[in-house]
Ligand binder design. Structure first.
Ligand code: BES
Ligand code: ZN
Length: 644
């Protein structure tokens, strides 16, 4: 990525948010933002220029000149060509007088024609597609004359689109029909729609998707629960969302309701198991509403994706995308649903303005997720989940480049996907937990409700958040937390000494039992493991020493059948430990695991560990060759770098 500038958001006010807002969306009249632009041409050049504009270094979009606020999409889903084909009409408003072009983001998109709407008809206009940047894609510049406020772009996606995965029938659960789905976050919407692909932009949309007749199409929009299969689907999204939340999925999908407003879409064989696993969803929506105000998006449905989905979940509005790898049979991993649902407040309602503010999105969501879990499953489980996350974070920061341990991370010249880690999630969550402890839950809850209301349907920078926090919490309750402490949390590397350290009594008991076993004071049969929950097993495995002998590993496996665990998180933890201790009996299971799952969080650490030894690398290369065609382009990208 070639960026010669670094942009620092200063007193940015509200987003360039969409204009066609629903009645419950507070409208703001402040449309411009102040940005300080620091020119970094030379090290010693400290020149700063104040401008009235907001810039996102991960978008070519001229968002300081043009406010894209709505699009209408017409696409045919062509499985043979692995392409979306059609056009998009982009509606915009001018923020300045002398606008002569609309600048968009694209990646691997074939642009056929551009038109502008002038005097009641479409007129061809010129466009230029720049050379591709490895991280940002290709800038698309469309010429516009003074009187137009709508542009049409005819285009086709390419089979390698980073934001789409095209699955053959063999790669689906039912094996009979193809499947395609999108994953736009962070900057992949541009690989299937030419758009100003910045989270500072908010758009409403309509879409028509043409698909093979027997397949169902869904989008991050209103999905009619009893839609008839006819290969022609219409969608409306009347609430303004950032481009990274545009999503579609097409496959042999069936729907089943869980309540009036919640339900599951899945391939037929997965529908019942998914319903059984996730039937607390309605209660989750209710408890979140009680804590943080109304759910503002109408329906809340889940789309269960094939196991190659590279994430656990994705909070696409009205329709969270969910990995099937959390269907454990015992609801042990449903914090994922709490998490994606929580984004309906923290993230989808109040969005990060740039990817450097990503912690505002995931940190708040991890905090809300855990509050939902506490309401539904009690304090003990919520504490265990926090303790597991914090231990994971402490281990992870040891290996991370120091600059990636900062909440308000500097992404200058970097792909936002490269800075992905537990830091924005768990350090962010612990920052809010810290504030909650300092100010008390009642005060902090009231603050959060107000925060969500005040910024609903807007995008926010870290600096804006800090200003809001100071005015509405720190100054209101003086001498509780100093501004310096806030600076340390948000801008300093590593983990602050004031970070809460969640501890669970159950985990402390397990630590003592583990110690007794290692000291040969207790046998495995004597451990009180009969009633351990998945979280306790995870804590147990994660805290076993890495120098366990083959004999000890064999004993563990015999006693607890860990290699055969059907819980994907437990299997992951055990397989990782097995690689670290050279316990080869797991290798066949590891192979099946790596070939059947494409969720990055579960497979990347295993490949990395394999590459540490010569034999492991041989195994990794062989298995990766088999597994790669089934992985999502994003997982392929990550793993191509690791398995060389
Ligand atoms: N929005 C994220 C997934 C994401 C982040 C996709 C960044 C692309 C770029 C989603 O909400 C998420 O955080 N998923 C987690 C869930 C977990 C924390 C419960 C995941 O996928 O593991
Ligand atoms: Zn998230």
């Amino acid at each position: 990525m070639k960026t010669s500038y670094k942009y620092l958001m200063l007193a940015a006010a509200v987003g360039l948010a969409g204009c066609q807002q629903e009645s419950d969306q507070p409208q703001s009249d402040e449309q411009t933002v102040v940005v300080e632009k620091k020119v970094e041409t030379k090290k010693d050049n400290k020149e700063t220029v104040k401008q009235v504009k907001r810039v996102d270094e991960h978008s070519y979009g001229n968002i300081d000149e043009v406010n894209l606020h709505h699009f209408d999409l017409e696409l045919t889903v062509n499985f043979e060509a692995k392409a979306l084909e059609g056009f998009v009409d982009l509606s915009f408003k001018r923020l300045t007088d002398d606008v002569s072009e609309l600048v968009l983001d694209t990646r691997d998109i074939t642009v056929e024609k551009a038109q502008q709407w002038v005097d009641g008809q479409w007129q061809d206009t010129s466009f230029e597609l720049a050379e591709k940047d490895a991280d940002l894609g290709s800038k698309l510049t469309v010429a516009v004359n003074d009187s137009t406020n709508k542009v049409r772009v005819y285009y086709k996606t390419q089979p390698q689109a980073s934001g789409l995965q095209w699955l053959t029938p063999e790669q689906t659960a039912g094996k009979k029909h193809p499947f395609v789905y999108s994953q736009a976050q962070a900057i992949h919407a541009r690989s299937f729609i030419p758009i100003q692909d910045s989270p500072a932009v908010r758009v409403t949309y309509t879409a028509n998707l043409k698909t093979p007749k027997e397949l169902l199409a869904l989008m991050s929009a209103f999905n009619e629960p009893d839609t008839e299969l006819d290969g022609d689907y219409h969608f409306e999204m009347p609430q303004a969302i950032p481009p990274y939340l545009i999503a579609l999925g097409v496959g042999n999908l069936e729907f089943k309701a869980m309540s009036d407003r919640t339900g599951v879409y899945a391939e037929p064989s997965l529908l019942e198991p998914a319903i059984a696993e996730f039937d607390d969803t309605e209660r989750m929506v209710q408890v979140t509403e009680e804590m943080y105000g109304p759910y503002r998006w109408g329906r809340y449905d889940l789309l269960i994706l094939p196991p190659s989905f590279p994430y656990g979940g994705m909070e696409n509005p009205r329709l969270s995308f969910i990995t099937p790898t959390v269907i454990a049979g015992d609801k042990s991993l449903v914090n994922l649903i709490a998490h994606e649902l929580a984004h309906s407040w923290s993230g989808n309602l109040v969005t990060n303005a740039t990817w450097e503010d990503f912690w505002l999105n995931e940190g708040f969501t991890s905090y809300v997720e855990n509050r939902i879990m506490e309401e539904l499953f009690g304090e003990e489980r919520a504490t265990m989940e926090r303790a597991l996350s914090v231990q994971g974070l402490r281990d992870e920061v040891k290996a991370l480049p120091k600059e990636f341990t900062i909440l308000n991370v500097d992404l200058d010249g970097r792909d936002p996907d490269d800075a992905f880690s537990g830091v924005p999630y768990t350090k962010g969550q612990m920052f809010l937990t810290y504030l909650e402890k300092k100010f008390g839950r009642e005060v902090f809850d009231a603050f959060l409700v107000e925060y969500f209301n005040a910024h609903a349907f807007q995008s926010l920078t870290t600096e804006e958040f800090k200003k809001y926090l100071k005015k509405n919490l720190l100054d209101k309750y003086p001498d509780v937390v100093s501004p310096d402490e806030i600076e340390i949390w948000i801008h300093e590397a590593m983990l602050p000494p004031t970070m809460p350290n969640p501890t669970s009594d159950a985990f402390t008991t397990i630590d003592a039992e583990t110690k007794a076993w290692l000291a040969a004071e207790k046998s495995l049969a004597d451990l009180d493991s009969g009633e351990w929950t998945v979280h306790e097993w995870l804590h147990f495995i994660n805290n076993l020493p890495e120098d366990l002998s083959q004999k000890q590993m064999t004993q563990l496996d015999k006693a607890f059948e860990l290699t055969d665990s059907s819980n994907n998180e437990i299997a992951h933890a055990w397989l990782l430990l097995a690689l670290k201790t050279n316990y080869d009996a797991v290798m066949p299971r590891l192979e099946t695991y790596l070939v059947s799952i494409g969720r990055r969080k579960l497979i990347v650490p295993l490949y990395k560990q394999l590459m540490e030894t010569e034999d492991g690398a041989v195994f990794a290369k062989r298995v990766y060759k088999m597994a790669r065609p089934g992985y999502h382009p994003l997982a392929q990208g990550t793993l191509d770098e690791i398995v060389k």
